[in-house]
Design a protein around this ligand. Structure first.
Ligand code: ZN
Length: 245
């Protein structure tokens, strides 16, 4: 039997049979993989240090049988434990994991893994608001997926929009519209677009530098998630806590 070692973050799981669990994992290099961990819900396994929970980074030794990857053994590399004790941190982590899964079908691990790993580290251990980390992560994920928005000039006529107090944003065209080209799109304070521009220039390791005023945070949340749902053509927002694992 050929064994393979995988390193990845558990995005979610589904319980299966009496004691088994099917884990959806963002693997460091391979991207999205699904592995079946047998017996991990049994009483004897609970305190064993096996990787069994969502949002946990672990190493898995797996083997394949009949097209299914089974976990032979696993160990926790990083549990991001403080995330599980704080509701706002947990909600941000769940949303970040959800976005990673939506994007992962078109991407190998690599940069997406690095983004999620850094986001989880800051959400768990950082001093920045978890909501700010999530917004920065989301903006960077959109760029990674090829949807970097045009922010300083009009996406239709290329005129600079930097002198405007408020700026229209077109999900369809992927960026700012000047007042002449705006057919009546949602308008945002210019500072909101400037915040996105700054966030996408940060490296993953710098994401905890973001500190957003409350009014910018809520407008940015609307812009980024509306835009993400438009370009990815599916719901991205987690609407309630039933997704928390
Ligand atoms: Zn224009």
């Amino acid at each position: 039997m050929a064994f393979e070692t995988l390193n990845g973050i558990v995005l979610r799981y589904v319980d299966y049979r009496d004691n088994d669990r099917i884990l959806t994992v963002l693997e460091r290099e391979k991207g999205l993989v699904t592995v079946t961990a047998r017996g991990v819900r049994s009483k004897s396994s609970t305190a064993s240090g096996l990787v069994r929970d969502a949002y946990c980074y672990g190493e898995f030794v797996v083997y394949e049988r009949s097209g299914i990857e089974y976990v032979s053994s696993s160990s926790i590399i990083e549990a991001f434990y403080p995330m599980r004790e704080d509701y706002s941190r947990l909600v941000a982590a769940a949303q970040a994991a959800h976005i990673a899964e939506k994007l992962a079908s078109n991407h190998a691990g690599g940069e997406l893994f690095s983004l999620l790993y850094h986001a989880f580290s800051f959400i768990a251990y950082g001093s920045a608001d978890p909501a700010d980390i999530l917004l920065c992560y989301t903006a960077k994920c959109l760029c990674l997926a090829g949807y970097e928005p045009m922010l300083t000039s009009c996406v239709a006529c290329r005129k600079s929009v930097t002198g405007q107090k408020t700026v229209a944003f077109s999900n369809q065209q992927g960026g700012a519209l000047c007042d002449d080209c705006d057919p009546g799109e949602t308008r945002y304070p210019a500072i909101v677009l400037e915040a996105i521009r700054r966030m996408i220039r940060l490296t993953p390791a710098q994401m905890d530098r973001v500190r957003l005023p409350e009014e910018v945070r809520s407008a940015l949340d609307k812009l980024l998630f509306d835009y993400a749902e438009y370009v990815l053509e599916q719901p991205i927002r987690l609407k309630n806590s039933k997704h928390l694992q």
